[in-house]
Design a protein around this ligand. Structure first.
Ligand code: MG
Length: 401
């Protein structure tokens, strides 16, 4: 029997070429020239993830057989005894995706082939239209339609209509203020206006970003039902998932949820009770391709589709990983896409290509994507205190971002 190929080293690559702080893991093997890349991006808290990889995951992984992806993931998840937190899940994801990348390179096949092959040639994507008023949003949707997009997420003034000039008590602290009730009324009017303007040939999506109280979320989901959204995202916070049943009793608005999930206990009942229509975990945040594959197969048994989280704080490696799941999964629903600038394509050769609202893989082996480390090093992480997540309600009290 041939000696196994093992992990020789693990390197963390950080870069910030376009706003988000990206953390990427490179697993270097005992086979000269053979390495894999994975996404470990938790953009708000990159340093604990880097420490978890360098101080804990790297020593745990050195000398391990790169072929044993499932066994490695299962052991990595329990090895710290306490598990399923955003830091460790991301650290484990970096290695997990890299091992899939390596296995694909060994086989000379794209990762979707290892999953079972393509169910589709490309993944339909949705992109984001934002604006200050309904007219700006309608114009943005029309522009995307001319570019071939058939799915567009529409938001007005950022999540929760941020920046509202609601009256505040004297002495209220600085922050990203919003008024949930006025956001709710303004967004309903905006959605009605955009739908009547653009017609039904384009699918519209909206993200509440868990900005409403549970009972307001029930009311809002019911009020937007006639607009026939493709889905309503994060109507509720993970803390409030037991309210999903109330929304289901009231309306047929399709629900998508999951980017904040850490632990399987959060998504299992929503899937088995058919309380959501789309799972949209952030694949690195849940621990990588291995658990995402498990969830996709599990959700498929209950008629729940996938819509993996795909904003700018998923690294290009993470976007490539999303795409391999999308091409394979029988229950693929839609893929979120953030339209990266040209620099990202230069820094990450092999980036998935989006044409006419479809995302295509390049058919290279593994994840099919690489990183120009010299170029990445020219964009070091910028340390700053995040502002948009210091969210406040009109009375000045802290709120969920
Ligand atoms: Mg979201």
């Amino acid at each position: 029997m041939r000696a196994p190929i093992t992990v020789r080293d693990i390197k963390v690559i950080t870069t910030q070429p376009a706003g988000s702080r990206l953390v990427i893991v490179k697993v270097i093997t005992s086979e000269p020239g053979l390495y894999g890349l994975g996404c470990a991006t938790f953009t708000q808290r990159p340093y604990p993830v880097i420490a978890a990889i360098e101080k804990h995951i790297r020593p745990f992984m050195l000398g391990r057989d790169v072929a044993r992806i499932e066994e490695t993931w299962q052991m990595a998840m329990v090895h710290g005894y306490w598990r399923n937190g955003p830091v460790l899940n991301n650290a484990i994801s970096g290695v997990d995706m890299a091992l899939w990348d390596i296995k694909g390179k060994q086989a000379g096949m794209p990762v979707y082939q290892l999953f079972g092959g393509k169910c589709r040639e490309a993944a339909s994507v949705y992109t984001h239209a934002d604006g200050r008023d309904p007219q700006e949003i309608e114009d943005a949707v029309r522009k995307f339609m001319t570019e071939g997009y058939r799915y567009v997420r529409v938001q007005m003034g950022g999540y929760g209509g941020r920046g509202s000039q609601a009256l505040r008590p004297d002495g209220a602290p600085e922050g990203a203020y919003y008024d949930p009730r006025s956001y709710m009324r303004a967004t309903l009017r905006m959605l009605e206006r955009v739908r009547s303007g653009v017609g039904e040939d384009v699918e519209l999506l909206h993200d509440i970003h868990e900005r409403l109280s549970p009972s307001d979320a029930v009311q809002f989901a019911k009020e937007v039902e006639p607009i026939k959204l493709f889905f309503l995202e994060d109507a509720l916070a993970p803390e409030d998932i037991r309210w999903c049943a109330r929304i289901r009793e009231q309306c047929a608005t399709p629900l998508a949820m999951g980017e904040l999930f850490n632990n399987p206990h959060e998504w299992q009942p929503l899937i088995t009770d058919r309380l959501i229509d789309f799972v949209r975990m952030h694949v690195s945040q849940m621990g990588g391709l291995t658990p995402a594959r498990h969830v996709a197969a599990f959700a498929n048994m209950f008629g729940v589709r996938t819509a993996w989280h795909g904003p700018g704080d998923v690294s290009p490696i993470g976007h490539a990983a999303n795409l391999h799941l999308d091409l394979w999964a029988p229950n693929f629903g839609i893929q979120e896409w953030c339209r990266f600038p040209a620099l990202i394509y230069e820094m990450f050769p092999g980036m998935p290509e989006v044409r006419n609202g479809y995302m295509y893989a390049n058919d290279g082996p593994g994840l099919g994507i690489d990183i120009d480390e010299k170029l990445a090093a020219q964009f070091p992480l910028v340390d700053e205190v995040e502002w948009w997540t210091q969210t406040r309600l009109p009375d000045g009290s802290p709120a969920r971002p």
